[in-house]
Design a protein. Structure first.
Length: 331
């Protein structure tokens, strides 16, 4: 177990958290790493921090590019990567000291192409919560559940397992064959994850929280609606193009299409209340409401949409705020 692992870190204006992120990567018990920092046109001191780490550690490589968004930065990192395995870490997050070693070990132990773990979520400067969690279990504890790609895709679309995010995983390089992230949209993880699963033989999901996900207040609830929120429509189209006509996945895909559009709809300004996003919600709501495999709250939210777009906007907005409150409780 000494193959090169490429860790790709998109960086954009995260000077406050970047050093903690990079330290957690470079302190990995697995040493055969290349750490690719993709500075995506940062306007703060992130670029300087990247350069300092490149000078300090020969495993670090910096790519400086014009701002193109998260997907563009990830794609630049993929093109540069030389590793047998790929890892993606967001530049305001942290990882357990044995994250890479445990994940690569699980891939080899279970003969899988993708290893997934759970995350410790914390607000802003609460990273000690993650470190405390990691002190409670050891590097050799790699017990996991094996999923066929078919089951992983379906359960993920239903969020029975939460493995949509591109971080929290280690991938064999081969699953990225001919796959790059769609640029200029959000919800890009959902548009790509199922395709990566399709390229995998099987997937292992560890029941350990090895990734520390920082919830920044500005990105949780206060971010305003922008043009890119309309990309929920495009991602739904991608899901339908690939999965909508497959009896194995069509109900699960409809559930995911409804979910991403209702999340976007919670931020829609009143003058856009009857938008393409609302059309997507009305397209999938009946299917979700009647789907016994869908989560209860998704079925209830789908039902509430029949009371009109204004009521539905209030309902999903309240739901998102309750989730926000939950993160504070968990801090």
């Amino acid at each position: 177990m000494n193959e090169l692992v490429s860790v790709i870190v998109p960086v954009y204006n995260t000077e406050e958290y970047l050093e903690e992120c990079l330290d957690s990567i470079l302190e990995q018990t697995y040493k055969n790493l290349e750490v690719i920092l993709v500075n995506d046109g940062s306007t703060d001191n992130s670029s300087l921090i990247c350069s300092l780490y490149e000078e300090r550690d020969s495993r670090v490589c910096v790519i400086n590019k014009e701002n193109g968004g998260l997907s563009s930065a990830r794609n630049a990192g993929i093109r540069k990567a030389n590793g047998e395995y790929l890892v993606f870490v967001d530049s305001d997050d942290i990882v357990a000291p044995f994250f890479v070693e445990a994940m690569v070990s699980s891939i080899q132990l279970y003969d899988c192409d993708i290893s997934c773990c759970e995350s410790v979520k914390f607000i802003e400067d609460g990273s000690n919560k993650a470190r405390k969690c990691w002190s409670e279990f050891g590097i050799n504890d790699v017990n996991g559940t094996i999923y066929t790609k078919e089951r992983a895709i379906k359960d993920n679309l239903y969020e029975k397992i939460r493995i949509t995010e591109i971080p929290y995983k280690v991938y064999r390089r081969q699953v990225f064959k001919d796959i790059f992230f769609p640029e200029g949209i959000i919800y890009e993880d959902l548009a790509v994850t199922f395709r990566l699963f399709m390229n995998a033989n099987q997937i292992v999901v560890l029941n350990k929280k090895l990734y520390g996900y920082r919830k920044r207040k500005q990105s949780i609830i206060s971010s305003k609606f922008g043009g890119r929120n309309m990309s929920s429509v495009r991602v739904a189209q991608i899901l339908q193009e690939h999965l909508g006509n497959d009896p194995l996945y069509q109900n699960a895909a409809a559930n995911a299409c409804f979910r991403i559009n209702r999340v976007a709809f919670s931020k829609v300004p009143y003058h856009m209340i009857r938008s393409q996003i609302w059309e997507q919600i009305t397209t999938y709501r009946k299917e979700v409401m009647l789907d016994k495999e869908a989560k209860t709250y998704e079925r209830l939210l789908a039902f509430s949409s029949f009371l009109g777009p204004l009521f539905f906007r209030f309902t999903v907005g309240l739901f998102e705020r309750l989730k926000y409150g939950y993160y504070h409780i968990q801090k």
